[in-house]
Write a protein that binds this ligand. Structure first.
Ligand SMILES: Cc1cc2nc3c(=O)[nH]c(=O)nc-3n(C[C@H](O)[C@H](O)[C@H](O)COP(=O)(O)OP(=O)(O)OC[C@H]3O[C@@H](n4cnc5c(N)ncnc54)[C@H](O)[C@@H]3O)c2cc1C
Length: 287
């Protein structure tokens, strides 16, 4: 049973920030409610004040930026992002990543801001957004700040968001036309499950065919999404071949730190992290 609480429906970001300030630790933000309501039902979160964000227009919308980047505001649902022409034209694989979240019913309700703030390490968008060098835009009554997404996740269900802060948007930089992108979600159980392991990767080759830019990020592989920096370092500047990729992908074993759970043992997931990293990179090389 959910403990009683007062529900507030601010009509502006300023009003929402003012409510967070007024009620401090007793206040909790709610967007789509798909994660929060479950936590409240289990008694893991028991706020005296729930601040519903749904009426805050400033948190709605998807915008292509003048420099070719993309802004996804916090209340955009996964379904809106999946079907958005702007997201498609920015990077079709980003739209595909949003389409891999749970079921249509959840995607219609769950928001991008809620997904990132919830910080379950098995979620789909974070590794892809990290591979795209996204930044979180965060507001408080003191002003705004930007947090690179690979520094946003601190621990299991813990982010760099401070009390009194609202995640306003995610900003993505322009992508080079020749950037190759992929998202792999390993789903041995059912299509609508959380990933057993997921891998997002971005590769750009220079004129000499050497690896000029590389990003590799994994989900469900530790208490936070993991940016595989050693894999990236091993490939950067190299002439890529299946052998160099195989050797680099093996390094991911020491970069992940998976948890034992119903989707597999830590040892199995470590091995799957290697396998899916190698597959993702081989696919990008072959394009
Ligand atoms: C059955 C089921 C299956 C799922 N499967 C998947 C899956 O396959 N892949 C996947 O990626 N995810 C999956 N999810 C997780 C889902 O993506 C999250 O529940 C959802 O994205 C949370 O968004 P929300 O808008 O509902 O957030 P809420 O539940 O409203 O909030 C979640 C948390 O974020 C905070 N919050 C919300 N908005 C903001 C904001 N703007 N600023 C600061 N804090 C904020 C809230 O205070 C709360 O702590 C699944 C969830 C369910 C229930």
């Amino acid at each position: 049973m959910i403990a009683p609480f007062d529900y507030h429906a601010p009509a502006s970001l300023g009003e929402a920030l003012e409510l967070l300030d007024r009620y401090g630790e007793d206040a909790h933000l709610m967007a789509g409610g798909t994660a929060l309501v479950l936590l409240m039902q289990q008694g893991l979160v028991q706020p005296g004040h729930v601040v519903g964000l749904r009426n805050v227009d400033q948190l709605q919308g998807i915008r292509s930026l003048d420099d070719g980047g993309l802004e996804l505001r916090a209340l955009v649902t996964h379904r809106q992002a999946e079907r958005s022409a702007q997201v498609q034209s920015y990077a079709p694989v980003l739209a595909e990543t949003f389409s891999r979240v749970a079921t249509v019913r959840i995607r219609n309700q769950a928001t991008i801001g809620g997904n990132l703030a919830h910080a379950d390490p098995a979620q789909d968008p974070p590794p892809m957004l990290i591979a795209l060098d996204a930044q979180a835009v965060v507001a408080s009554r003191q002003g705004r700040r930007r947090i690179p997404l690979d520094e946003f996740f601190l621990d299991y269900f813990e982010t760099a968001l401070q009390p009194g802060e609202v995640l306003v948007a995610v900003e993505l930089p322009p992508q080079a036309a020749d950037a190759r992108l992929t998202y792999k979600k390993f789903l041995p159980r059912t299509q609508d499950d959380y990933a057993t392991v997921s891998v997002a990767a971005r590769l750009r080759l220079g004129d000499d065919q050497r690896c000029e830019e590389i990003r590799v990020a994994l989900g469900a592989a530790a208490t936070v999404p993991v940016r595989a920096r050693n894999v990236e370092k091993a490939l950067h500047g190299q002439l890529l071949s299946p052998d160099t990729i195989r050797e680099a992908a093996a390094l991911v074993r020491d970069e992940v730190d998976p948890l034992d759970d119903l989707r597999g043992s830590a040892g199995y997931k470590r091995e799957m992290a290697r396998v899916w990293t190698e597959r993702a990179l081989l696919e990008l090389l072959a394009r």
